[in-house]
Design a protein around this ligand. Structure first.
Ligand code: AMP
Length: 543
């Protein structure tokens, strides 16, 4: 073999902020702060503050490989931590504050966090938890001296005081690109959350790949409102991808209601925003009520759970905003597939495009997917066969933190996602369920997600969940648990006949129960485990 004669440089997360600082120095990072006001800074300023932070970590006893936790909303200080902590060689553990308190102490102890950086909002939560966190040596409150709270926490430091002591000309160290850069825990609907450990290399490659036109299609012309939390799955990689592409970055802090989101979209002339369907439900509700529009928005990236058809139509037809439906998970950094229409599909009329738009899209380069049956045999890409979805690639986990058995990845290197999907001949993947949510009726599988999507397609339904109920003859049959939209009326018969219009007879749910609200987990997704527990004594009227 002849060796290539190209320079070899380790892929370092610090190189992203260094690049933005040098080549997009005046591009803004705009944050709605916990303290209230909107804060503005540039990549040049943010880069310097991240250097100061990295340098000041030494004074907290943090060295390479140590884990540093954050409990914070999306904001400029959190962004500084993304770079300052990982860039220094330490490991950033972004803790999801929506976990239950036992899960919070579990993940903080499991990751062995030595210092916890927290927004003002989360000080009471930490006070309640502190005696279960023996490894935390310092709490850094992400505010200035003026806003420092009275607290019972020990060894409390003010963020602004801390970074003042750091050197703004700190030089980013260069080290093995395979070193851990950050940790995110899965939402843990079953058992304890599991730690996914990203590396500088996986993060850099994911960032480059996610920026391309078939990815998030980012450029320096974009102003990006990042609603996806910086405490969940690396904020879908956008905290890295925005500075890499010179995008203006807008961070909404704790205010995620429709009106606050719309204010930022307007005032910061955002061209792109990313969030889960729940957030968009609140925004579109606000738009309808207020009659306001989205004049600057060009694209909206929706993922985390399936995008309802009504939402795609609303954005595209009422507001002229292109919907990019994306699929991924904590274990895949997260981007796996994104939905873009290939040229022959663009030629179809809108109605014919809709079934494709509803899919989670095609793989982006760097991550491969396949579907397999229960014996791990690959299934056909015919859009009909559905099986366990597996993924493999540069930014897919090879095992969970502290899990020596490493059951996540098979001997053939494929990671089992726990999702069930079809793939059509053009390569469009469609999630039909989670493995544990699919309804197994008389040897056939019924997709709970498909029925949920149809149910919320009815204007009187605000939210719906479909769960399996044991059945003496068919093993399991579907039950719809639904929330009626404000000011609307509907009954069981009407909803079932609406579903019957689009389902085969054997797929039609056996019953509907209306509730005031559905349980949600730490990342805002439906908590079907809890729902199944709530309905464990339920019996169908006919059985
Ligand atoms: P998390 O690791 O919390 O981001 O959850 C990942 C899981 O969310 C995936 O395994 C899917 O079950 C689900 N998910 C993510 N994106 C989508 C999507 N676009 N449509 C349906 N389910 C999704």
């Amino acid at each position: 073999m002849i060796q290539g004669l190209m320079q070899q440089q380790p892929l370092m997360i610090s190189s992203i902020i260094e690049f933005a600082e040098r080549w997009y120095p005046d591009v803004e990072v705009v944050s709605r702060t916990v303290e209230g006001p909107i804060h503005r800074c540039t990549y040049k300023e943010l880069g310097k503050r991240a250097r100061r932070l990295a340098d000041s970590l030494k004074s907290l006893g943090i060295s390479a490989g140590d884990s540093v936790g954050t409990l914070a909303w999306n904001g400029y200080r959190h962004l500084e931590l993304y770079y300052g902590v990982s860039g220094s060689g330490a490991v950033l553990h972004t803790v999801n504050p929506r976990l239950f308190s036992e899960q919070l102490s579990y993940v903080i102890n499991h990751a062995n966090d030595k210092v916890m950086f927290a927004d003002l909002t989360f000080v009471p939560l930490l006070e309640a938890l502190a005696d279960q966190l023996p490894n935390i040596e310092h709490y850094v409150i992400m505010t200035d001296r003026e806003h420092m709270p009275e607290t019972t926490l020990n060894s409390v430091i003010c963020y602004e005081d801390l970074i003042k002591s750091g050197d703004p000309d700190y030089q980013w160290p260069v080290f093995d690109e395979n070193s851990a850069s950050s940790i995110c825990y899965t939402s843990g609907t079953t058992g304890n959350p599991k730690g996914v450990v990203y590396s500088h290399r996986s993060t850099l490659i994911h960032t480059i790949a996610s920026s391309i036109p078939n990815g998030l299609n980012l450029s320096g012309s974009d102003s990006v409102l990042l609603v996806v939390p910086q405490f969940h799955v690396n904020s879908w990689g956008v905290s890295y991808a925005a500075p890499m592409n010179g995008c203006k970055l807008v961070l909404p802090g704790p205010a995620m209601d429709g009106s606050s989101i719309h204010d930022l979209l307007e005032s910061e002339k955002c061209t792109l925003s990313l969030a889960v369907p729940t957030i968009w439900m609140m925004l579109t509700g606000f738009l309808r009520e207020s009659g306001k529009k989205l004049p600057h928005m060009k694209r909206v990236v929706i993922g985390g759970s399936a995008v309802p058809e009504a939402m795609i139509r609303c954005f595209e037809q009422e507001y002229d905003v292109q919907v990019i439906h994306a699929w991924g998970m904590t274990e895949t950094s997260p981007l796996g597939t994104l939905n873009f229409l290939m040229p022959h599909l663009q030629e179809l009329d809108y109605e014919a495009q809709m079934p494709i738009k509803l899919t989670q899209g095609k793989s982006i380069f760097g991550v491969d997917i396949r579907i397999v049956d229960d014996n791990n045999n690959p299934l056909a890409h015919d859009g009909i066969a559905f099986g366990r979805l597996q993924a493999k690639g540069h930014w897919v986990t090879s095992g969970y933190l502290g899990d020596e058995d490493n059951k996540a990845v098979g001997s053939d290197g494929w990671f089992d996602t726990g999702d069930v999907a079809t793939i059509n001949p053009d390569g469009y993947m469609m999630i039909t369920d989670r493995t544990k949510d699919v309804i197994k009726s008389g040897g056939e599988w019924i997709s709970s997600i498909e029925i949920e999507n149809l149910a919320v397609g009815h204007p009187a339904i605000a939210e719906a969940a479909v769960i399996a109920i044991p059945h003496p003859k068919w093993d399991e049959r579907p039950l719809v648990v639904a929330v009626i939209a404000d000011g609307q009326e509907i009954d069981k018969t009407k909803l079932l006949s609406h579903l019957a219009e689009s389902l085969a007879k054997w797929q039609i749910p056996d019953d509907v129960v209306f509730v005031d609200e559905l349980p949600h987990g730490a990342t805002g997704k439906l908590n079907k485990l809890k729902l199944r527990e709530d309905f464990s004594d339920y019996k169908f009227p006919t059985t």
